[in-house]
Design a protein around this ligand. Structure first.
Ligand code: FAD
Length: 399
């Protein structure tokens, strides 16, 4: 039987492990954390991510946890529209999901054929022309025909195979929270929760997860928001960070103030936004009986401005499954590993380029740059968002 080792049980690793196992691979999933767990947060999934999950056979699980989002449009902090909301058809509409719900759906998709080992940190990678690819965990070696590096932005697998790619700061910091349903403010119908507001150096996106989970005392319903500000992470305690956020966004349109008022310091997750520069030249490295591939943030970590990181991770998993489906260990599998780079790299390069243009708009500094940024907010943003959403929507899963 063909064997695969997946390093990392984040969303990309879980999706790939399940997909390979369901197509007959014997899969071992190695996770350094002591259990498989999700961040306390939510995710917006665009049509490409949704299609990838459906192609992976996870559509039913997704339907049970996803809340469709109306077209949000984008406002300025003074309330004027930068991008007017337009009616969207169901196949172009994004959804929001709680990350814990998504993790549960992905874990359910592993079935009973994946050997999950937690508390296991991969520290070496072997990818030679002779022998099978392997990872080292302390003194133990785990071999397989296919190694999948799904170990996130600080990937050990990528550092070994694509050392020219470095992790750098994107120049901004993000704060996320899910306000549980029982503390979420009740808003009038004319003040919808869901929306995006973009100002000089700051951005705020909110989406309603509904009231699901109330019966079991779970906090998986509620309101998700993510705030982004140019600059480094704040060293202060969460309560002080929250006070700063309330000050920065004080004059922004409703319901931002109410959402920040309903947020408690323990809800807050601060994260420095980082990215890979340059992207690896290859995502697939043929070796021995098969090779090594990079998926998810290990391959193409990017700022979250277009909400595409996880969606691309699901595209990676769907593409990988299709590329290796009929490939026997040996030259056929090595060729499938090469094909994976050809199938994935151009697309991720395009989306990273769009994301970086959005970063530049958010972070321009200095008086001249500020004027340019105001102009950019008004002209570039609608174009950029329009083209980003159609690039995202255009992707179709490989047969
Ligand atoms: C503020 C913010 C908002 C975002 N919003 C969105 C959004 O709305 N939509 C969207 O599509 N994307 C979004 N993203 C991007 C998305 O979160 C990431 O792209 C995605 O979570 C990456 O998943 P991953 O599985 O590739 O990596 P990770 O989630 O980082 O998982 C990597 C796993 O590998 C494990 N690991 C690491 N090293 C080792 C090792 N040596 N041995 C064993 N295990 C190891 C880790 O413990 C972890 O479990 C956002 C990102 C940010 C920062």
């Amino acid at each position: 039987m063909r064997t695969a080792v997946v390093v990392g049980a984040g969303i990309a690793g879980l999706a790939a492990a399940g997909a390979l196992a369901r197509t007959g691979w014997q899969v071992t999933l190695l996770e350094r954390d002591d259990r498989v767990r999700a961040a306390r947060s939510a995710l917006i999934l665009w049509p490409n991510g949704i299609r990838a999950l459906r192609a992976l056979g996870l559509g039913d699980g997704l339907d049970a946890i996803a809340t469709p989002l109306p077209d949000m449009g984008v406002r300025r902090p003074d309330g004027h529209w930068l991008v007017q909301p337009r009616p969207t058809t169901a196949d172009r509409a994004p959804v929001v999901v709680h990350r814990e719900d998504l993790h549960d759906a992905l874990v359910a998709g592993l079935g009973d054929r994946v050997d999950i080992r937690t508390g296991v940190t991969v520290d070496t990678v072997r990818a030679r022309s002779d022998g099978r690819p392997a990872v080292g965990v302390g003194r133990t070696t785990v071999e397989a025909d296919l190694l999948v590096g799904a170990d996130g932005i600080d990937s050990t697998v990528r550092r070994r195979l694509a050392p020219a790619s470095s992790v750098v700061s994107s120049g901004c910091t993000a704060w996320r929270a899910v306000i549980p349903w029982y503390r979420a403010p009740r808003l009038a119908d004319d003040r919808p929760v869901t929306g995006e507001t973009l100002g000089a150096g700051y951005r705020f996106v909110a989406a309603s997860l509904g009231e699901r989970g109330s019966a079991g005392g779970s906090s998986r319903g509620g309101i998700y928001w993510v705030a982004t500000a140019a600059g480094a992470p704040r060293p202060e305690q969460p309560a002080t960070q929250l006070a700063l956020l309330r000050r920065w966004f004080a004059d922004w349109p409703a319901p931002i103030g109410e959402l920040l008022a309903a947020t408690e310091p323990d809800d807050l997750v601060q994260q420095e936004v980082r990215e890979l520069r340059p992207l690896p030249r290859e995502y697939g490295f043929p070796a021995g009986s098969g090779g090594v591939v990079l998926i998810g943030d290990a391959a193409h970590a990017m700022p979250h401005h277009l909400g595409q990181g996880a969606c691309l991770g699901f595209e990676d998993a769907a593409t990988l499954r299709s590329a290796v489906r009929d490939a026997a260990p040996g030259e056929a599998l090595r060729e499938a590993v090469r094909a994976y780079t050809r199938l994935r790299r151009p697309r991720t390069v395009t989306i990273v380029r769009q994301t970086r243009r959005m970063s530049a708009v958010l972070q321009a500094r200095g008086r001249l740059a500020l004027r340019a940024r105001d102009a950019a907010l008004g002209t570039i943003t609608p174009r950029l968002m329009g083209s980003a959403s159609s690039v995202a929507a255009q992707w179709t899963p490989p047969a």
